[in-house]
Design a binder for this molecule. Structure first.
Ligand SMILES: Cc1cc2nc3c(=O)[nH]c(=O)nc-3n(C[C@H](O)[C@H](O)[C@H](O)COP(=O)(O)OP(=O)(O)OC[C@H]3O[C@@H](n4cnc5c(N)ncnc54)[C@H](O)[C@@H]3O)c2cc1C
Length: 174
């Protein structure tokens, strides 16, 4: 069994039979080809409570990278891999003098976890800063992009937490 004690914020001494680290897109494709039905996507493990022993395969998101896609005097569009640490991403923006999401600093977790429950704090919600959520449909194996109007964002909720829970693996946010 593989310990998950350091992969969840509350350090619950949980373990699983198999842990797959997703470090590149091909890792998701390879996982999909194995046709495993019982799996769970893990980000930073800050919004979950784990059981002592987990039968499911755990997909640990470790996709990294930030790209600047567009910048003018008013706007910046970044492409951020979903395994990036959320707080570090906020600090990265602050250090570049890109303002907007600074109220969301110190929220634990990954970038990919952020749209799942539409993270928010001090009157700011991530839904107002998302250009698109890009990922892989784990049922069809195809890439898919969701525009904000398709994400069903609501208070601490989205389509990724409801209809698409555990069936869509976000890779990056634009
Ligand atoms: C001390 C503390 C303070 C917090 N403060 C706030 C706050 O102020 N505001 C707020 O909104 N939340 C807050 N949270 C909740 C939490 O930080 C957020 O919900 C965070 O976005 C979870 O991200 P994560 O990567 O840890 O997700 P996880 O806990 O790993 O996963 C949460 C859910 O998202 C799914 N998921 C994660 N990544 C992906 C992905 N790439 N693709 C598809 N599904 C995915 C998982 O399967 C799971 O269902 C707080 C939590 C803690 C422990």
């Amino acid at each position: 069994m593989i310990s998950l004690v350091n992969l969840n914020t509350f350090h619950i001494n949980s373990s699983c039979k198999e842990l797959i680290q997703i470090k590149k897109i091909e890792d998701i494709i390879s996982f999909k080809e194995r046709n495993i039905k019982d799996y769970y996507i893990l980000g930073g493990g800050s919004n979950i409570l784990l059981l002592d022993s987990i039968e499911n395969v755990i997909l640990k998101n470790e996709l990294k990278g930030i790209q600047l896609l567009h910048q003018n005097n008013d706007n910046v569009i970044l492409r951020i891999a979903s395994g990036e640490n959320w707080h570090d991403t906020v600090i990265y923006c602050i250090n570049n003098n890109w303002c907007g999401i600074e109220n969301l600093a110190l929220i634990p977790g990954t970038v990919g976890g952020a749209p799942v429950q539409n993270i928010g704090a001090y009157g700011v919600e991530i839904k107002d800063f998302i250009y698109a959520v890009h990922g892989i449909d784990l049922v069809s194996g195809k890439e898919k992009t969701y525009l904000p109007t398709e994400c069903q964002f609501a208070y601490r909720s989205s389509i990724f937490k409801t209809d698409l829970k555990n069936s869509f693996s976000s890779q990056r946010l634009n």
